[in-house]
Design a protein around this ligand. Structure first.
Ligand code: MN
Length: 258
């Protein structure tokens, strides 16, 4: 199995190393990752600047660092590392959760999205850590992934769909199992913080505190908050099909009044 691995925490991130260590047990791995942290870059791509690729010294696997974001890494990876294509794109393991609306900001998830657009089975993986600064149990992520590799890499794949996996950052024996989930809601409070520079001019810092309502049955948010690994099949087709007919009817009524 030919595997392309990327992330958004940068090529030196411990989560990337953890993912590579598991993946090499199952196939031939090539790493193409950003040369520095690019978290929260979403599905951005670099178009106005050249992309530079350098060999990264990694024992046992071919690795390259790119001065770009995860989408760039997947596309450059499919040009340079796997020019004849590959069988699996993995992105992560991210240093923090990618739940609910966060997946639209996530560079980790964007790596899997880009693999999917290229017609390749893709999976994004994140450690669901809820207290900043707490230790991240990558070893839990590694053990879980190794045990579930077969299931994840052979599971039926919907059209234009990838799997977004969040593993609670707790000791492995505390993991209660896994749940297939839908996207929940993760809302931030005080998203923009106003600060002042030494000259008294205001500047703004985006971050905010997550207000997570864990009581969201069936969601990724609830699963990880209860100690389950969350697996969400995410479709790149964002169309709200249930609304199409109703919207169409409403528009007809507008037309009738013209
Ligand atoms: Mn990240």
């Amino acid at each position: 199995m030919r595997i392309l691995i990327t992330n958004d925490d940068g090529i030196r991130a411990p989560g990337l190393e953890a993912l590579v260590r598991v993946a090499t047990k199952f196939g031939e791995v090539k790493v193409v990752a950003p040369d520095r942290e690019r978290s929260a870059c979403g599905h951005a791509m670099t178009m106005r600047d050249p992309l530079r690729v350098s060999k990264f010294n990694w024992p046992e696997v071919e690795a390259m660092e790119v001065n770009g974001v995860p989408v760039d890494c997947v596309n450059v990876g499919l040009t340079v590392a796997w020019p004849d294509g590959c069988d699996l794109v993995l992105s992560g393991i991210n240093n923090g959760p990618n739940l609910g609306f966060d997946i639209t900001y996530s560079g980790t998830v964007a790596g899997a999205m880009e693999g999917t657009i290229n017609g390749i089975r893709s999976i994004s993986l994140s450690m669901a850590l809820f207290v900043s600064g707490a230790p991240i149990h990558y070893e839990t992520g590694m053990t879980w992934l190794e045990h579930n590799w077969e299931m994840l890499t052979t599971a039926p794949q919907g059209d234009l769909t990838f799997l977004n996996v969040n593993i609670p950052s707790i000791a492995y024996p505390e993991i209660r199992g896994h749940r297939v989930t839908k996207m929940g809601q993760r809302v931030y409070q005080d998203r923009v913080e106003v600060r002042h520079d030494p000259w008294g001019r205001p500047y703004y810092w985006q971050g905010g505190v997550v207000v997570m309502e864990p009581n969201q049955p069936g969601t990724d948010v609830q699963a990880v908050s209860e100690g389950f690994v969350s697996i969400t099949p995410v479709s790149l087709d964002w169309t709200n099909r249930g609304l199409m007919e109703h919207l169409s009817e409403s528009m007809k009524q507008v037309d009738a009044t013209l």
